[in-house]
Design a protein around this ligand. Structure first.
Ligand code: SF4
Ligand SMILES: [Zn+2]
Length: 338
């Protein structure tokens, strides 16, 4: 007797494939830019803000749902593990996860969290007795509902101190492919070079929430590939690209702690001007064709390929049709207006 599977390899493929694909990307019209997008190209952002559906798709990106899910899981694991960071403080935890930025801030967004610890206080409801005096019936439970009878309640206070003063520290998790991870391997002590977009996003969160420091926990999507790259890099002849021996390099996980106070001061005026110009354009006009492109959508690199970021822009076709005119949006501090 032979057993025949009731499905083919092709059936399995058809069933599993959708799980690895992003849902049909619905672009939501928005009044102002997002923190995670403000470093993006101005006309591209204008298209997103106006709710225009992307006309060009990229297969690699369509299949990125799996990686996104991995990233979410990696973040949860990291946050759980951080509870053991400082046992002497009754544990540190990452709170304000997914908390939206204040409504009146110039960009929208959700940060990954802020470091807190619990400070125990006398329960104000029962004054520390642990009992509930509101219900005088002797047959009912008399445990204070606020503190469940312990007489104490926890209050979240900033997790860390600097020179005896509490400091607010933000948390951001990034799950990166080999290319972006390698940049952190090279420039780990210089986040401006490692990933300016991440720095901008962090600066916006810190500005919105008045945070002093920002911690980036960075996991690599493929430790095996990173290990190979690091091993090979030990033999790199050019010292400028030799990163393998940098103290922070690890094939799976790297951590960067950045004092964001100087960055906030330096970047906020630029970022505010850019965000406010986009928000104003959205109210006054709202047509992406009237925002000047910051790059040349037909520009070629030395290999004859379309230049980044236009090569990766899901609005490139419509951008070309719309032409080169429009209002210039104030550029990022590391760019120049065309
Ligand atoms: S194609 Fe290039 S210039 Fe046009 S919106 Fe995209 S990134 Fe900007
Ligand atoms: Zn109580």
């Amino acid at each position: 007797m032979s057993f025949v599977l009731p499905f083919t390899a092709q059936d399995i493929r058809r069933a599993v494939q959708p799980a690895f694909m992003l849902g049909v990307k619905r672009v939501q019209e928005r009044p102002k830019p997002r923190a995670s997008g403000l470093s993006g190209r101005a006309r591209n952002q204008a298209s997103t803000l106006s709710g225009t559906s992307p006309s060009d798709t990229h297969e690699e990106r369509d299949y990125s749902a799996f990686t996104q899910e991995q990233g979410r899981k990696a973040e949860d694991i990291t946050v759980d593990a951080l509870k053991f960071l400082r046992a002497e403080d009754d544990g540190v935890f990452v709170g304000w996860r997914e908390r939206g930025l204040p409504d009146d801030f110039f960009v929208t967004g959700h940060m990954d969290g802020v470091f807190w610890k619990l400070e125990m206080d006398v329960c104000p409801a029962c004054d520390g007795s642990g009992e509930d005096y509101t219900d005088m019936d002797p047959d009912t439970e008399t445990e204070c509902p606020e503190c469940t009878g312990t007489g104490e309640v926890g209050r979240a206070i900033p997790a860390f101190e600097e020179n005896g003063e509490p400091i607010m520290v933000g948390f951001e998790h990034k799950h990166l492919g080999t290319w972006a991870y390698t940049r952190y391997c090279i420039w780990g002590d210089n986040i401006e070079e490692a990933n300016f977009d991440h720095l901008i996003q962090g600066a916006l969160y810190c500005e919105a929430r008045n945070l002093d420091y920002h911690v980036w926990v960075i996991t690599s999507q493929d430790a095996r590939a990173m290990n190979t790259a690091i091993e090979r890099n030990r033999d790199a002849k050019d010292p400028k690209v030799r990163y393998a021996n940098n103290a922070w390099v690890d094939p799976k996980l790297m951590v960067f702690v950045v004092d964001m106070r100087p960055w906030r001061k330096l970047l906020t005026p630029h970022l505010r001007a850019r965000a406010e110009a986009l928000s104003r354009w959205k109210v006054d006009d709202g047509n992406p064709a009237n925002v000047k492109p910051e790059y040349d959508p037909d520009g070629l690199n030395e290999y004859g390929d379309i230049n980044y970021p236009c090569s990766w822009c899901e609005y490139r076709t419509v951008c070309k049709e719309d032409g080169d005119s429009g209002i210039a949006i104030p550029c990022l501090p590391n760019q120049e207006n065309r």
